[in-house]
Design a binder for this molecule. Structure first.
Ligand code: COA
Length: 327
């Protein structure tokens, strides 16, 4: 059935003359408003617009990769948006949002089209998303496009304590002429986690946009773990929070210890920045990493669901020590 026929069948009146195109700088304010209202309404927040505080997704994702940001436009107004993120051979999308009064009219499905086209062009090995496990509508929507539910991805946080003594460096403090070597080392490490995985985009965006720091841990002279952290307001973390957007320890028998050191380093960074909470996402299929977080006092603020296409575990394995949530 065509999108137009579907809109008519749903009894919502005239077919929508919808244009799906790349997002522009002058769309950002409206796109951000639509995104906050949509989530605030879904979550039944008393003040829907305030749902994310001063955390930012629309502007930071647009700034990181404008060509991967899409708008749905109706009668000259932005009524929805979606964002694709490429991490080398792996990709995900979101936040996907639609103006509240237009839900159920096929707009999100249309906003999936450019994202799926990009995934095809990039020839990623696997694509993913983060959604609400309790929502049959969300799970249905994404299954339509070949994404299947796997294990939960809780967002876990803990108050920042006095940090353990841990040696770490940061990408930002690395002399510019050595930063390329560092990115190369992160790529080698993530390649061991999942062939072709590459989060250079996040490291560079955090540095270029001043969103936080990338924490680096070396063993001898080799990179053994790293974490890309957003810090405070105007980032994906929000005021008072250090959010680990992506973190990984090199696989192998010492991976659990490397992971522990990485968490110490993230907490030390948060303390240094005067932040009160440390926030991480963890797929529960990374069972040992998940249990270690709980043992450290992390508690789930929210349970998300990761859906993957194709329906394979990807890097969600008990022996993977990776932090991400794909929001
Ligand atoms: C989720 C969201 C983007 C969907 O947008 P939308 O334009 O309403 O979505 P669509 O109309 O394209 O698709 C909704 C699908 O869910 C289906 N659906 C609705 N209620 C359902 C239910 N209870 N059970 C199963 N399927 C249901 C619809 O029939 C439709 O599927 P179809 O195309 O096969 O008929 C929008 O509701 C939103 O912005 N929500 C708040 C923010 C959010 O949660 N974003 C997604 C985060 S992962």
């Amino acid at each position: 059935m065509t999108a137009t026929a579907k809109q008519q069948e749903q009894g919502t009146g005239a077919p929508l003359e919808l244009v799906v195109r790349t997002l522009r700088e002058d769309d950002l304010e409206v796109a951000d408003h639509v995104m906050r209202m949509a989530f605030g309404t879904y979550l039944k927040a008393p003040d829907p617009l305030g749902v994310f505080g001063d955390s930012d997704y629309v502007r930071t994702r647009f700034a990181a990769a404008p060509a991967c940001a899409f708008a749905a436009e109706l009668e000259g107004e932005v009524v929805g948006s979606n964002f694709a993120t490429r991490w080398g051979s792996f990709a995900f999308f979101g936040p996907l949002t639609v103006r509240v009064d237009l839900w159920g009219r096929g707009i999100a499905s249309r906003l999936m089209e450019p994202v799926l086209k990009l995934f095809e062009e990039w020839q990623v090995r696997q694509a993913a998303l983060f959604t609400w496990p309790e929502s049959p509508a969300h799970v249905h929507l994404y299954q339509k496009f070949g994404f299947w539910p796997q294990q939960l991805t809780p967002l876990l946080s803990k108050p920042v304590a006095d940090p353990e003594a841990v040696e770490y460096t940061t990408y930002g403090d690395t002399p510019q002429e050595e930063q390329g070597t560092i990115v190369e080392a992160t790529r080698r490490l993530t390649g061991e986690v999942f062939e072709g995985l590459d989060v250079e985009r996040e490291i560079v965006a955090v540095e270029r946009l001043g969103l936080g720091e990338t924490v680096l841990i070396h063993e001898a002279s080799e990179l053994s773990a790293f974490a890309v952290c957003h810090c405070g307001g105007g980032t994906e973390a929000g005021s008072g929070t250090c959010f680990v957007k992506f973190g990984a320890a090199r696989p192998g028998p010492s991976a659990p210890e490397r992971f522990e050191r990485l968490l110490d380093a993230c907490e030390a960074l948060a303390a240094r920045r005067g932040l009160e909470r440390l926030l991480v996402g963890m797929n529960t299929a990374r069972h040992d990493a998940y249990r270690r977080l709980l043992a450290r006092g992390f508690r789930a603020d929210l349970h998300g669901l990761t859906m993957l296409r194709p329906n394979e575990p990807g890097y969600n394995h008990p022996d993977r020590y990776v932090i991400d949530d794909l929001r």
